[in-house]
Design a protein around this ligand. Sequence first.
Ligand SMILES: [Fe+2]
Length: 365
Amino acid sequence: MAHPVLTDEQKRSFHRDGFIVVKNAASDALVEAARARIRSAERGENLGSTKEMLDLVNASSVTSILNDAMGEFDPPSACQVGVLKKVQPGERYNNLGYVDRDMPYYGAELHMDGNITIASPQEVQQGSPDEIYRRHFASGPSGDLGRSAAVMGHNMTPMFQDPQMTLGLGSFTAFVFVCLNDQMQPGCGQTSLLKGGHHATEKFFRWQFESNGHLGPEGPGWPRLNYDAPNRCGMNYLPDAIHDQFTDDDSLATPDGRRWPQPVQILMQPGDACIAMYHIPHSGSRNENGSESRKNIIFRIRNKKRQPGKTLTGLSDHPDRGWKGEFLEYEDGNDPWARSKYAMCNMWDEWQGMQHIVLQEQKSQ
Ligand SMILES: [Fe+2]
């Protein structure tokens, strides 16, 4: 069996853009098996641990490509089955606190992974920012715990990773999005990525770390909530420093005049896989034009060297904690929060097979 790897040219483009589309990474047989399994699913059945989904990484070219470019990782035992039904722009407030139909770029809500989300209030919020903050996080699945690392979101992500509340994001190494339907026309629910945004997020993390060691939301320059959003309780999914860097006069705006970064819609055919940096701002998008539901199977992969003693499933965006937020045991001298902060500030450190490209690219800048 062949073990495909990325060419140096592909690695250079991955370094520059933060993602790469690998054509035909999964064979027709793997794609057909996964599609058939989705067709035969019972209503509400979670397919994330089925062989048909997992084989899209475990039995496809993705494993050898990642082993070469990144390093060792646990074969996924779970994944996110990203099925987006066809919809038209809606009237509800999205997680950013804006009405869905007002958002440009097919409703993309660019974010970094590993961030807590509590369902967006559907009425305009009243009171002071402190009152809105308190009410919002008390409305999540953990109830009213105040500001605490024990608070979990509706997306099953903790408010802070560490008990000291100095790390507001979970982290891993690579995203893999395996496409199971034709997504060559924009507006079919494509995964949307902020091209080159990984360089900006790493730089921002470094600045946060140098400022006071706190990374992510509620660290320097990154308030968690946007009280100026139309519902007065939007998630600040990206800090202003990154938002502003990727907007200009050509960016589309919401009715309040706020301009939004334009992501790239990843156009793929069945069997294609997009590999992206964990660091890249990304989002799903509205499936307005598709002839069927958007089907991307999503894996979150972490280089084994971060925590060799832990086995990861391939689903979690906060693998330093248990899926439900449990605190895990680590041996003496192993500080998982420090390791993850280091990885967030040094994004290529976990890509062993990219080192020669990183050096070349840094020299040529
Ligand atoms: Fe995400």
